[in-house]
Design a protein around this ligand. Structure first.
Ligand code: SAH
Length: 572
């Protein structure tokens, strides 16, 4: 489940919010900007709730139910896909499930209410009567038809009883009116529903479709062939637990499309193929449970395996490994791009420098963290590929942007020199972030408003002479310069040397901006001039932006002291 967003309006709700947060790994508290310090800040409640709702994020709002209803009202058209939405009283005295009955809102209400030691305000009649939502079977099972389900539950509410056919362990403790001679039946079966109105059909996801042979065609064609095979066998598409293929086809995009179209995970297993022979049937290697092969159509290249119970797709063969290199932005959660948050939420393994891994939190309890103080970046990059090529979902974290003096280049270098062919099959992506120069510039105004360059003053990975040459050229070209890694205990003299070079070309009055720990607690911003700047004003957590000949200041008009620094878009 996606962790819920716990949304609060003020500090009065924070204590209750933290108690709810403790129930859900990865959940974050979202607080109204300027009113309360939380994990994530938002500017306007209505827009924020709509955005969360539209993304399908479960919402626990610690405010009046009416406010929540009014905020998401414009989006309430599609009942099928809505996330759970709950209103919780600020003091924790009431838990009201509002929306998302089919997404488990009542279950969440029960969990939260139990943690807050109050009764949940459940209003769903079927749920109240039977103690469970019959239409919301657990993971691994799917309801065949919602409209029929509703009809069925209203028949039960009208006083009818039901038989249960098949294995439905989650209904064992439900207070359902049961009778073996009942007209109505809850049927748990992988077979397709035939439209009978006296049945509630629930499909266990107990079928694996394997692609045999070398296969061909687009994703839509492959998905079509799988649907056809299921149809031929009288099996429901919703009974499908996973699509399985030979590991040799891991990088084939058509397979990913087919799995997405069938809405199931894509898994891989090794198959033995003779010289020049197409790969064989991967079912045997992938399934470690008893199953029956129902369909083995060599022409279509599809075999179906049916297990007696729902299959956990994670137990079928292995996934294609994933490595996502993300940038956290300068520090605060609201300057991290949503794609980075999503990658973090989905990761099984997280790698990076300890400080950054801490900044990436909160993480789920079952996520493996490989934090390290180790400065050896290539070693870390190789470690990431080793994990990903074994099927893990790995996220490598950098601060700022991962492509700016950070891990993305190291990861690509590791791939470039790779001897292990499995590394190339890893699904690699790089998610950008707000780099320190951008974050500092935004606070200062717009010093990067015209041509600029980014330079790392660290001579760890390049000779100092190269740095000097670049500084000279950049200074001569009148580029604004953003200095990364300006100074450190191991590199004490380099910054002074760099400033001496720049001073040969630029006036002492040239604007300089210093951003330290920008976007982090205790962050500061200073503006000074090239003449006044001393290397003692700077440390390794500082971003130094040296203006060009045109960079200037303008008084802040918002009642704040100091000035905006900007570089005009033109030259005179
Ligand atoms: N990938 C990072 C840069 C890593 S190099 C990015 O895109 O921001 C590390 C240098 O970046 C530090 O020495 C400092 O100069 C700068 N830096 C990183 N985070 C910063 C922050 N929050 N405030 C100011 N400077 C920062």
């Amino acid at each position: 489940m996606t962790p819920p967003a716990i949304v609060i309006l003020g500090a009065g709700a924070l204590a209750t919010a933290r108690r709810v947060q403790a129930l859900y790994a990865g959940a974050q508290v979202h607080g109204l900007q300027g009113r309360v310090e939380a994990d994530v800040t938002y500017a306007e409640l209505g827009a924020h709730l709509c955005e969360l709702y539209a993304r399908g994020t479960p919402i626990v709002a610690l405010c009046a139910a009416g406010i929540v209803i009014r905020c998401v009202a414009p989006l309430l058209s599609n009942k099928g896909t809505e996330p759970p939405v709950l209103a919780v009283a600020e003091d924790g005295s009431a838990v009201v499930p509002l929306l998302g009955g089919l997404a488990g809102v009542n279950l969440m209400a029960r969990e939260i209410a139990a943690a807050l030691a109050v009764p949940p305000s459940i209003t769903t009649s079927g749920e109240l009567r039977f103690g469970t939502c019959v239409l919301n079977p657990p993971e691994g099972y799917a309801l065949a038809d919602l409209a029929q389900g509703k009809r069925f539950v209203s028949d039960l509410l009208a006083g009818e009883s039901t038989r249960i056919e098949g294995e439905a362990p989650w209904l064992d403790n439900a207070q359902l009116p049961r009778s073996n001679s009942a007209r109505l039946a809850i049927r748990v079966t992988p077979r397709a529903w035939d439209g009978r109105t006296d049945e509630l059909v629930i499909h266990p996801r107990s079928v694996v479709a394997a692609l045999t042979g070398s296969g061909s065609g687009s994703g839509a064609q492959i998905a079509g062939r799988v649907r056809e095979a299921l149809n031929t066998q009288g099996l429901a598409t919703l009974s499908l637990a996973a699509l399985l293929a030979s590991s040799e086809r891991m990088t084939d995009p058509a397979l990913a499309e087919a799995a997405a179209s069938l809405n199931v995970p894509l898994r891989f297993a090794q198959t033995r193929a003779g010289d020049g022979e197409p790969p064989g049937n991967p079912l045997h290697a992938a399934l470690r449970i008893p199953y029956e092969t129902l369909h083995d159509d060599a022409d279509a290249g599809i075999a179906l395996a049916l297990a007696p119970l729902a299959i956990d797709p994670a137990s079928v063969g292995r996934a294609r490994g994933r490595l996502t290199v993300i940038g956290l932005g300068p520090g605060s959660a609201d300057l991290m791009v949503p794609a980075a948050r999503t990658a973090l939420d989905q990761a099984t393994d997280i790698l990076g420098y300890d400080t950054y891994v801490k900044m990436a939190g909160p993480l789920h309890a079952d996520q493996r963290v490989h934090g390290t103080d180790n400065r050896e970046e290539m070693q870390r990059a190789r470690h990431a590929f080793e994990l990903a090529s074994a099927g893990r979902s790995v996220v490598m974290v950098s601060s700022g942007d991962p492509g700016v003096f950070a891990m993305a280049a190291a990861v690509l270098e590791a791939l470039d020199g790779a001897e292990n062919a499995g590394w190339a099959a890893v699904e690699l992506s790089i998610v950008p972030g707000v780099s320190a120069a951008m974050a500092t510039a935004a606070q200062a105004g717009a010093p990067l408003g015209h041509d600029f360059c980014m330079l790392s003053l660290s001579d760890n990975l390049k000779p100092w002479t190269i740095i000097e040459t670049r500084l000279r050229h950049a200074a001569e070209a009148d580029l604004v310069m953003a200095f990364y890694n300006p100074i450190s205990r191991a590199r004490p003299w380099q910054l002074d040397k760099a400033l001496d070079i720049v001073r040969e070309y630029r006036a002492a009055a040239t604007k300089v901006v210093l951003g330290r720990d920008v976007g982090r607690p205790g962050g500061t911003l200073r503006s000074t001039t090239l003449g006044e700047l001393r290397s003692s004003d700077v440390d390794m957590r500082t971003m130094v932006i040296v203006g060009s000949s045109t960079t200037r200041g303008v008084a802040r008009g918002d009642g704040q002291s100091g000035e905006w620094v900007y570089t005009p878009r033109w030259y005179e």
